[in-house]
Design a protein around this ligand. Structure first.
Ligand code: F6R
Length: 267
């Protein structure tokens, strides 16, 4: 695992977008694992800009992490509608190549199995983009999610419903109680993982997840097991990290990061 700290959210999300675009150029048939949430909004905006400047998604496919259960598919708060609005309507994925779990299915367990099968049929996820919730969730894997869990329905914590309330008119009770989410085990099978965290509300959970012990109480801590996982944080989210100077040393000395160390990214 590597943790890269950038000065602010703008630089953190810009770096994430640049890494994603590099991977797409390196492998035009890349299978992307995508997340929703406020942290992702600027990343998708930048990917849409990059597409206007030639970044080609036509050979790529995508699988989103999760979807609320019970919202109508055209509900503007559904993650399908959100992804259309933020990214899919602005780039050139081929028709049928973007996938979001079917939170409106009558048979949710079957929808979960079908989603896993579709990921396998696509050859697995090449690059998985993640945010982190204040409970330490990745996708909607709330505390005590099995570290080997697969796509399934999950009950959200009251804290997550509060965290997401601003998107539902500020009312936590309007946030659905359940979601269909890739499991921790599903996420860990991605070839490469990029987790982005910004803002002071993420500072404590970031330190506990990545510098604390591996525990099912913090799903994101399972990423410590992944051989190719990078965390990009802004200063505010990195504020509680104990080994910060070492992370900076790695970023400034590791050859892989050389192309990203231009003046726009100096802390
Ligand atoms: C949503 C998802 C969640 C979010 C997390 C952070 O698809 O995967 O794990 O990434 O809740 O959300 P924000 O970015 O809104 O703080």
């Amino acid at each position: 695992m590597e943790i890269i700290v950038q000065s602010d959210a703008e630089h953190a999300t810009e770096l994430a977008a640049r890494i994603i675009s590099t991977r797409i150029r390196e492998r035009p048939t890349l299978v992307l694992g995508l997340a929703t949430g406020r942290t992702m909004e600027r990343i998708y905006e930048r990917l849409a800009d990059m597409h206007r400047n030639g970044l080609d998604f036509s050979g790529c496919s995508s699988f989103n992490l999760d979807e609320y259960i019970g919202l109508e598919p055209d509900d503007p708060n559904s993650y399908r509608a959100t992804m259309q609005r933020l990214l899919f309507d602005h780039v050139n994925f081929a028709p049928g190549r973007t996938h979001v779990p079917d939170g409106h299915a009558t048979d949710i367990k079957r929808a979960a199995r079908d989603y896993e099968a579709a990921i396998r049929a696509a050859g697995g996820i090449g690059l998985q983009l993640l945010g982190i919730g204040e409970t330490g969730h990745i996708g909607f894997n709330e505390p005590l999610s099995a570290l080997m869990s697969r796509t399934r329905d999950k009950t959200l914590t009251p804290r997550t419903r509060e965290q997401n309330a601003p998107l539902f008119g500020g009312n936590p009770d309007a946030v659905p109680k359940r979601a269909l989410t890739m499991g921790v085990g599903t996420i860990l099978e991605a070839e490469e993982i990029l987790l982005v965290a910004t803002g002071p509300a993420k500072a404590e959970i970031l330190a506990r997840a990545f510098e604390g012990p591996l525990t099912a109480s913090i799903s994101a801590s399972a990423l410590q097991l992944h051989p190719r996982c990078r965390v990009i944080a802004d200063e505010a989210a990195a504020a509680r990290l104990a080994n910060r100077s070492y992370y900076d040393f790695v970023f400034f000395n590791e050859p892989e990061w050389e192309r990203y160390r231009d003046s726009g990214f100096i802390n």
